[in-house]
Ligand binder design. Structure first.
Ligand code: NAP
Length: 289
């Protein structure tokens, strides 16, 4: 069993990005600038944004976090998005999800300029992705593909079962793995799927993006499978300093011994997601030059 090490892989990609940033500086060009919009005080969202800020600092990007109370109106938030669209000093920006219930995430995402949509959530960018056109590929699917590429995992002709069909993970990764170049035969399972284990047992590759801790158990996986665990759930744990631990969607102890490759949680898809956001921001900055 080989561990698909996202920490190691992302560190190597970051070195490459940092080298490009140094070249930009030497050429007298502005460094890439990423803005994160954070609404409210959700603990996980604050942690994600802090991690993105730290990653920007590591590679030499400029980063700004715009914090707003969860009482901000939809109209006010849309006005902030408009300002960022027009701000020439900003290469890319993200609006950290989820947003408070009184704000339509769809409306906010639709208001982001596709050229600055480094999360790749705008329908124009999603449309391009479905047509295999150059675009911002959303960070988590992009990170998964980079990790598989890094370890030379052969995907062509393999049967891939994706569990989850969200707009940010399940659906885009299922589309990407089915496209020319990756050439998987893809099955997508979701909350209404019956007998998921029948599909997963046939899978050469399993992508688990469910959000249910340890959903994929050893008996659901065939020998030699490649398993990518996207899940991140905070499970209360008094023995941990923070009072919780991070648990993935895969029961690692049971599944790992059967796998040819598997991602750990933490240290698998999570760091790859962040580095992919940096790559998208660099792409946006290079497009501006
Ligand atoms: P989401 O929007 O809640 O989607 C979950 C998907 O799982 C849905 O498609 C849902 O089906 C499906 N599902 C729920 N219960 C199921 C069941 N019993 N059997 C089969 N499918 C079921 O979540 P998400 O945003 O895709 O995220 C999934 C997980 O990945 C979460 O733990 C999240 O925190 C994590 N995540 C990690 C990263 C990272 O960087 N590592 C990035 C993003 C997300 P329906 O469509 O039918 O509701």
């Amino acid at each position: 069993m080989v561990l698909l090490d996202g920490k190691y892989t992302s560190a190597a990609i970051k070195e490459g990005i940092a080298a490009k940033v140094r070249e930009m500086k030497e050429a007298g060009k502005p460094v890439p600038h990423l803005v994160a919009v954070l609404v409210g005080n959700d603990g996980a969202s604050m942690t994600y944004v802090a991690n993105k800020e730290a990653a920007c600092a590591q590679v030499g990007f400029k980063s700004t976090v715009l914090r707003f109370p969860d009482t901000i109106s939809e109209e006010q938030l849309l006005a902030e998005v408009d300002k960022l669209n027009k701000d020439a000093s900003v290469d890319g920006f993200i609006v950290q999800l989820p947003l408070p219930k009184h704000i339509s995430e769809k409306k906010v995402i639709a208001a982001i300029s596709p050229d600055k949509d480094v999360d790749g959530f705008h329908i124009i960018n999603v449309g391009k992705l479905t047509q295999s056109l150059p675009t911002f590929v959303s960070a988590t699917p992009k990170g998964i593909l980079s990790l598989l590429d890094q370890y030379n995992v052969e995907t062509a002709g393999k049967h891939c079962v994706v569990i989850g069909r969200s707009n940010i993970v399940g659906r885009p990764i299922s589309i990407l793995l089915n496209q020319k170049g990756y050439d998987c035969t893809v099955t997508v399972c979701h909350s209404r799927s019956k007998n998921i284990e029948v599909f997963t047992r046939m899978a050469d590759i399993i992508i688990a993006a469910v959000g249910i801790p340890e959903f994929v158990t050893g008996d659901m996986v065939k020998e030699g499978a490649i398993v990518v665990d996207v899940g991140i759930t905070r499970v209360p744990d008094d023995t941990k300093p923070k009072g919780y631990r991070i648990v993935g969607d895969v029961k690692f102890d049971e599944v790992a011994p059967k796998c040819s490759y598997i991602t750990p949680v933490p240290g698998g898809v999570g760091p790859m997601t962040i580095v992919s956001l940096l790559q998208n921001t660099l792409q946006a900055a290079e497009a501006r030059m």
